[in-house]
Every structure is written in structure tokens, then in C-alpha cells.
Design a protein around this ligand. Structure first.
Ligand code: ARG
Length: 462
């Protein structure tokens, strides 16, 4: 049984089915770059500390570089009987450089090795996702600035509530994405601890230098407890939560785009390239892409719940259950990347139907609150003003008219002290622009929000 790196204590070969059942190489091979990077630094440290010879280290590092090339050029043969990415690479290394290769695993275990690999992978992944979020935000900013004069109905309970700027609505998503980006960056900060050196769980009796390894791998410092280092999967979990929250936001946006592109709303046209037709109904243009993003949110939540559940009953330290930590993470990462790309393109390619939005904003008596506020300004207590405006709305509904069609005589009929200003306040433009404070929907307020964000970005990001 010497063909397995751990075969020494076994007298019978592993069952073929068990070999496949326990293998992680079909999915963890994508960690190869991080596995090799970690091994090279580990090897340098071993040589520097005199644990292996400089000569062996040279051979090991050259062998690992070769393996990296082999993998990238598709020359590497992944073997399920070698279980995982770690043993595949190590075994190939020994084939290439002989005995020196067998010394690489000194003072290391796959338990700390896999913890390191995933942290390195997630560091890159989180940087890439943060960048993708940033780019989607750029598109939103751009549209919000260009579309600053477009008025749409704002909703509560999916009933028209008060008119808002389309830009204001878009900037709400900017804010959500800003929190998402912050969450990934925050997660990356907490993940900035280097686990290698924990060994199987208790550390090692070799004179290792973990600070050196941490420095070369660009971690802030080594982890502080060897047991925690190999039993902790918080980075994976936090990452999955960050992905879930982000997907929840993209899903809400998707839902709105789907609604807005219906014949009933007609607020936007989605780009043709991002829609599909029906095989039976020639008139159809279906919003498949936002629908899929909305649907894929479910699988990302599933990824989070899957790993939370895997971890909940595990005694310290490493247990094989934890091999189940990687597929949900890869799945969520891939899903989030695709969804961000899709949503960014849709946001850039959609066409707002300005007239439809404006007409909808003018309907539904959405400036009723403005009239009530106006009456309050005239000295009426708010509750009474509410009552008076209620009557106005009923009167208009009965005669099938909209808010802006109210006449001065009618207004004075319900409140004798009313004047022209009262009618002006009923326009959607007046309604929107009267909300001129930080966070309000007035043109000036939204413009200021956009400018502020843009300046901040110029200062902090490249
Ligand atoms: N493939 C394993 C995993 O992903 C690596 C660690 C294996 N450690 C062990 N003691 N069997 O979890």
C-alpha cells in the first residue's frame, strides 16, 4: 500500500468506491495555484531554518514551478486515487525531483495546508468580487447622473406612494452595493491570519518561523492558536454570507427590472441581447437573465446554509466533514461573479421609458401628501389636513381625474384659505424637489449625493 502517501499503516488497498467517495480532487484542483504558492514559501522557510538542505529546497521549488506550468498548460494528470490537490501535487513533485520531494511535507499537515489554500483563494476571490461590485456601481452612478431629470412613482406595498427621481431609486442600489463591498473588505481583514504551522492540530516540534511564512504570503500575522487554525471555517462562512446578502440585493433589483419591463409597468426596455424569446409565442421577450439572477440567489443561500450545517456539530479540530467546505464556496463565488456581470450589463443597456414613468408618477394621487403638507403650512393640524385631502382624492376618483387636474375652486371648496401655491404643490416636480435634504429625492439632493460619492471614489480608489 505504499502508493498512497499515507499507505504505510494499511495492509489492504482502499475500496475503489471509497476512493472516489472520499476524493476532493475533482473540485479542489482549482486551488492548485495557491497550493503551490504556499508550498514554495513553506519550502523556503524550511531551508532558511535549516530543517531541509538548500539543495533540496532548490529542487523542490524548481519542481513546483514546473508542475505549475504543467497544470496551466493542461499536461498534468489529476488522479482520484491521490485524493486531493495537495497529494496530487506532492506525489508528482516526488516523481519529478525524487527524495527531495518527500521532504516538502516536513512540519506541515494537509489540515493546515488546506486552511491556507482556501484563505489565499478567498483573498483573491474577494478582491475580484469587490472590484466587480465597484464596476457595477460605476454604471449605476453614470446612469443616475445622466437620468437625473426622470421622475417615477415611488412605491410602498407595491402601491404608488410618492414621486421620486429614477436616479434616487438607482442610487438606493448603489448604497446597498456599497455595504456589500464593505462586507467583503471587512471579511478579508478578519481573514488576514496565516494558518500554516498549525500542523495536524497541535503545532510542530520543528523550529519553524511562522512570521516569515506569513510575511512572504502577505498576511498580517500568523494565527494565534493551532487548534483553531485547522478547525475554523469562519472565512468561508462569512464569505458565503457576504455573497448571500449581495445576491439578495441583486435579486431585489432583478425583481424590479422584471416588473418594470412588463407591459403593465412599461418603465424600461431591457436590452435584446439579455432577453430571450418564446418557442411558441412570437410576441414574447422574456427577462430570463434577471429571472435567473433572482433564482440563483436561492442556491447561494443554500451554499451558506449547507456549510453552517456541516460545521454545527463538529468537535475540534479537523474532521473530514470539513472537506465539504469548498464546493459551496466555489459555487457561490462563481454564481456571484456571473450575476454581477449580468446585472452590470443590464444596468448599462436598459432604456428607461421616461414618459411612461412620468405618467405613472402623476397617477395614483401620489402627491396627496404634498397637498396635506401644504395645508399644514396654512395652519391646519396634520390629522385634519389628512382628512381634507382624503375628501379631495375621493372627489377626483369619482370624476375619474388625477391630482394635477384639481381646480382652485374645488380646492377652496374644501379649504377656503387655499391659493395657487396649493395647486403648484400638486405637481410631481414640486413634490420631488421639495424634499431637499441629505438623503431626500430632490434633484439638488440627489446630485449632491452622486457628486459626493464620485469625489470619495477619486480619492480612495485607483
Ligand atoms: N482534502 C482535504 C480537505 O479538503 C484536505 C485535508 C485532509 N486532511 C485529512 N486529515 N484527511 O479537507
Amino acid at each position: 500500500m505504499a502508493d498512497k502517501p499515507w499507505g504505510g499503516r494499511f495492509s489492504e488497498p482502499t475500496d475503489k468506491f471509497v476512493e472516489e467517495f472520499t476524493a476532493s480532487v475533482p473540485f479542489d484542483k482549482r486551488l492548485y495555484r495557491y497550493d503551490i504558492a504556499g508550498s514554495i514559501v513553506h519550502c523556503r522557510m524550511l531551508a532558511r531554518q535549516g530543517i531541509i538542505s538548500a539543495e533540496d529546497a532548490k529542487k523542490i521549488m524548481a519542481g513546483l514551478e514546473e508542475i505549475l506550468d504543467d497544470i496551466e498548460e493542461g499536461r498534468f494528470e489529476w488522479r482520484v486515487d491521490l485524493e486531493d490537490v495537495h497529494m496530487n501535487i506532492e506525489s508528482r513533485l516526488t516523481e519529478k525531483v525524487g527524495d527531495a520531494g518527500k521532504r516538502l511535507h516536513t512540519a506541515r499537515s494537509r489540515n493546515d495546508q488546506v486552511a491556507l489554500d482556501v484563505k489565499l483563494y478567498l483573498r483573491d476571490e474577494m478582491a475580484a468580487i469587490s472590484k466587480a461590485i465597484y464596476e457595477m456601481q460605476e454604471v449605476i452612478l453614470d446612469r443616475a447622473e445622466k437620468e437625473i431629470d426622470v421622475i417615477m412613482p415611488g412605491y410602498t406595498h407595491l402601491q404608488r406612494a410618492q414621486p421620486v427621481l429614477f436616479s434616487h431609486h438607482l442610487m438606493a442600489y448603489f448604497e446597498m452595493l456599497e455595504r456589500d463591498r464593505g462586507r467583503f473588505l471587512d471579511c478579508a481583514k478578519r481573514a488576514d491570519r496565516m494558518p500554516l504551522g498549525a500542523g495536524a492540530l497541535a503545532g510542530t516540534d520543528f523550529p519553524i518561523d511562522r512570521g516569515f511564512v506569513a510575511m512572504l504570503l502577505r498576511f498580517e500575522r500568523p494565527t494565534a492558536n493551532s487548534i483553531d487554525s485547522v478547525s475554523d471555517r469562519d472565512t468561508n462562512l462569512e464569505f458565503l454570507f457576504c455573497c448571500s446578502a449581495l445576491m439578495m440585493h441583486l435579486s431585489r433589483l432583478s425583481e424590479e427590472l422584471i416588473l418594470w419591463s412588463t407591459g403593465e409597468f412599461g418603465f424600461i426596455d431591457l436590452p435584446d441581447a439579455y432577453c430571450t424569446g418564446s418557442s411558441i409565442m412570437p410576441q414574447k421577450k422574456n427577462p430570463d437573465v434577471p429571472e435567473l439572477v433572482r433564482g440563483k440567489t436561492g442556491r447561494v443561500y443554500g451554499d451558506l446554509v449547507a456549510l453552517l450545517t456541516v460545521m454545527k456539530g463538529l468537535p475540534l479540530a479537523y474532521n473530514k466533514d470539513m472537506q465539504e467546505d469548498k464546493e459551496p464556496v466555489f459555487d457561490a463565488a462563481d454564481t456571484v461573479r456571473g450575476s454581477l456581470r449580468a446585472m452590470k450589463d443590464i444596468m448599462a443597456g436598459m432604456t428607461p421609458r421616461v414618459d411612461r414613468m412620468l405618467a405613472a408618477a402623476k397617477g395614483g394621487y401620489s402627491t396627496a401628501t404634498d397637498l396635506a403638507d401644504y395645508l399644514v403650512g396654512k395652519g391646519l393640524p396634520f390629522r385634519e389636513a389628512h382628512e381634507v385631502v382624503g375628501k379631495v382624492v375621493r372627489m377626483l376618483t369619482e370624476s375619474g381625474r388625477e391630482m394635477e387636474e384639481l381646480t382652485l375652486e374645488e380646492l377652496q371648496g374644501v379649504y377656503p384659505g387655499a391659493d395657487e401655491e396649493g395647486l403648484r404643490r400638486l405637481t410631481v416636480e414640486s413634490s420631488v424637489n421639495s424634499r431637499n435634504h441629505i438623503g431626500g429625492t430632490a434633484r439638488a439632493a440627489v446630485m449632491e449625493h452622486i457628486q459626493l460619492v464620485k469625489e470619495l471614489r477619486k480619492k480612495t480608489e485607483g
